[in-house]
Design a protein. Structure first.
Length: 202
């Protein structure tokens, strides 16, 4: 999938850094080119709503490619933990793997965090009324499988059936990871090599 074998799973490419190691050494992490959309042979298509991850190659746009690189490591050096934040939502997703976080770990953890977790009353109340209505409409649409509201009165739809994925509304496609220390500091109060910002698109 990628050029060379440095991203291959296994223990051949140095130790896996723990959180403590990472903060003491403060290394610059190299992100897997699939995560930054810089690999020309494979562009990741990851849908947070369904959890489906596949890809395409500009030379063969007529078909999806299997995500065969899912077991490859996400960073070099490898780390036990990545923290993923996004401008599109207030949550922080922590991806863990004691053998080194892989591409599949990132997709699987982000999908579960957004698909499985419902909004709390406080989270829903933090939204302005217009956004509350949009999130509810997205949730109704998701629950009805795309059928138009199935007779639901959107106002009466219970907030606790809204999930984090509904907060994103139509921006449910992964559009890459990058390090942005200024945004990390504004969101978390600190920056670190393993804090990454996820971009999303419709």
């Amino acid at each position: 999938m990628t050029d060379g074998t440095k991203w291959a799973p296994g223990t051949a490419y140095g130790p896996v850094l723990s959180q403590t190691d990472l903060y003491l050494l403060n290394p610059k992490l190299e992100l897997h080119p699939i995560l930054t959309h810089s690999l020309k042979s494979f562009h990741l298509i990851f849908q947070l709503l369904t959890g489906r991850a596949s890809g395409f190659n500009a030379d063969s746009r007529d078909r999806d490619l299997d995500f065969t690189a899912k077991d490859e490591v996400a960073t070099l050096p490898r780390v036990t933990e990545l923290i993923v934040i996004t401008r599109a939502s207030p949550w922080c997703t922590i991806v863990r793997n004691p053998r080194g976080v892989s591409l599949g770990d990132i997709c699987g953890t982000i999908w579960k965090e957004y698909a499985d977790n419902t909004l709390s009353e406080e989270e829903f109340a933090a939204l302005p009324p217009q956004m509350q209505d949009r999130v509810k409409r997205t949730a109704v649409n998701r629950e009805s499988g795309g059928a138009r509201y199935m007779g639901w009165n959107v106002d009466a739809f219970p907030f606790n059936r809204c999930r984090r994925i509904d907060w994103l509304r139509d921006k449910t496609f992964f559009d890459g990871l990058e390090r942005d220390d200024e945004f990390a500091k504004s969101r978390l109060g600190f920056a670190a090599p393993n804090i990454l910002v996820m971009s999303l698109t419709a």
